[in-house]
Design a protein. Structure first.
Lengths: 341, 341
DNA sequence: CTTGACCCGAGGTACGTACCTCAACTATCG
DNA sequence: CGATAGTTGAGGTACGTACCTCGGGTCAAG
């Protein structure tokens, strides 16, 4: 009737508690036949380890770190806020957190930070950084030391990370393209702005955006991406120049990072209300833009979910437990003025 | 350094463990002054009860019930599936679940079901049912017996329920209105269909929809709501009639429940691809509609989140623990073909 | 047959909390 | 002053699991 315990397993398998314990915790000194007997009993009774009692007994502490880009980006600020909020609330059990900020555009700094992580003092790390060969090797190294590694926001697809928690950026771009095509009424041009087309996120978003607009919305002509190279004033200038000189521009797709200067340039041009503006990530800037009817839609990922999911996955992986994939999938949120959270 | 335990509290307050226990669990036999001393120590050390150890010690079982509408609605089927999935996965700790289906349009049946719930055998209940005076009284009664009551999907605003888990339906209607206004290119009419305008959800959605279209989109003329009174064939007939006889209809807003027959009528009319169709809830029907470009957007609530949130809230309330509101807020999802989960 | 390596059981303590008993103390009242 | 009720402490067991020790068992090689 009740949930079976190790005692029930021992009785069912006809062995002692110590043996059950040895089997369940992969300790040596048990014959293969006996191991099977225990596993059979586990299966027959449907035993599942009570993780909380186990953690209590072994005084388990989960020690995780978040490796995040430093700098004044509104998105990372929002993300860090979400991490702090989750950490402060009591939903985390036995978790100790460290936040590490690095200039993420510098692969060597990322590598140094990764190498400074000690497997003796840490169980897992969540990384948000662009992938580079150096980073890939560093991930491999800390994984071989026994750390659990998950990528957040930006995937590290060629690195041996255990899991990726974030959105599908091609789908994000496709969603933006679909919205743009449905919302721009007349034929015209669409401006795409980003900080850098070197980032795989931007590349994927652009790919998705182009695919949908190309296939389904021939009335739109999508211009080549405008890059600002992390320079806000450059972003402001380029956007201002394009929007004022090309009246045929009817839509702007801001692929994230650099929303604020792009928006301010659009605002100054006086044309922002006539444009369909689609941006990424919900930040103070984009929220304000939505409320002022300057931005039509924001494609976002829920940073609260992102952080909680990262924690759950880190825990599950450090315990060797399965992940409930349906719960961990980060949805692509489409946010309009009326469904602002 | 480590998390303080009851032992630390006892030492800090200069009392015994038994006294700390009496205070923390509101047991009698402690002088007011001593109670304060213990509470002071708790505050000074920042003690928080280890819920898992406590549940272990007291052999806690959470016994919850879900009271849901019976019948073949795709949304409730989806919801029930989500409940089963959450229940089957191991994320629930010490929770026993019962699902009760009632013909929810019959207040007396709902009341009978509520009265059959025994506070001795149950800790809490999540209810999805329309509010009526009878239901309100029944909720008050089972609450007075000590049960925790939360409303899910549809609020019971005049009942003494402890919490509501679901979306803001006025905002949902406003979001639909905004999407409709942005996506319908020319001047024309918008058809609004629902099963019944008696339901407060429908009323609120319509309210929000009208507010936004009225204020911001004068090119749209929103027709009076068409009601099908839970009769699929009636729904099919009315929709077919309106759409074929009124070529000036450019958009259709299906407020939920009855999506399937409405869609099939639109499909048969041959006009569906030229219309902007906005529907509620992600079900097999609406998913198919999105994929076929028949539906432009779906306003949905994530049923997985809904169910997990209901469980967390029920647990927290039965333990008298605080709720992390930011985690429990159910977002209004805007789902397009490209961001289908 | 002995030796030693391997296997297994019995029984213990611990984690943080709940809940129990019983003895002893304190304050108050008549 | 003693009786009485109200407070408090000491110490225990239990929850389900981890981890430890130690004694005794089996079995194959020498």
């Amino acid at each position: 009737m009740n949930k079976p315990t190790v005692h029930d397993i021992a009785r069912e398998a006809g062995v002692s508690l110590a043996t059950v314990d040895r089997v369940l915790n992969d300790r040596p000194g048990v014959r293969a036949r006996t191991i099977d007997r225990v596993h059979d009993a586990v299966k027959r009774l449907g035993y599942v380890r009570d993780t909380y009692a186990a953690n209590l007994a072994r005084q388990r502490q989960y020690r995780f770190a978040f490796l995040l880009p430093e700098g004044p980006s509104q998105f990372t600020t929002t993300l860090k806020g979400a991490i702090r909020e989750v950490y402060a609330s009591q939903i985390l059990d036995r978790v100790q957190l460290r936040m590490i900020s690095v200039p993420s555009h510098d692969p060597h700094a990322v590598v140094r930070a990764l190498h400074s992580l000690n497997a003796d003092k840490l169980d897992g790390v969540a990384i948000m950084a662009p992938e580079s060969p150096q980073v890939r090797d560093a991930v491999a190294r800390i994984k071989s030391e026994g750390l659990v590694v998950v990528a957040v926001v930006s995937d590290l697809p060629n690195s041996p990370r255990d899991h990726f928690i974030g959105i599908n950026n091609i789908a994000a771009g496709r969603t933006a393209g679909l919205l743009m095509g449905r919302m721009v009424r007349d034929s015209g041009e669409v401006l795409v702005v980003t900080n850098s087309m070197m980032s795989r996120d931007s590349i994927e978003r652009r790919l998705g955006f182009d695919a949908v607009t190309g296939e389904e919305f021939p009335h739109l002509k999508v211009l080549p991406s405008v890059e600002a190279y992390d320079d806000p004033s450059r972003m402001r200038e380029i956007v201002a120049e394009v929007v004022t000189s090309r009246p045929q521009v009817l839509g702007v797709y801001s692929m994230g990072f650099g929303n604020t200067p792009a928006l301010s340039a659009l605002r100054d041009s006086g044309r922002i209300r006539d444009l369909v503006v689609i941006a990424h990530e919900l930040t103070p800037s984009t929220r304000e833009g939505l409320l002022k009817n300057e931005i039509s839609a924001v494609i976002a990922q829920n940073v609260g979910h992102l952080v909680r999911s990262a924690m759950r996955v880190l825990r599950a992986l450090s315990d060797g437990q399965p992940i409930v994939l349906s719960q961990e999938k980060i949805r692509l949120d489409v946010i309009l003025r009326e469904n602002l959270p």
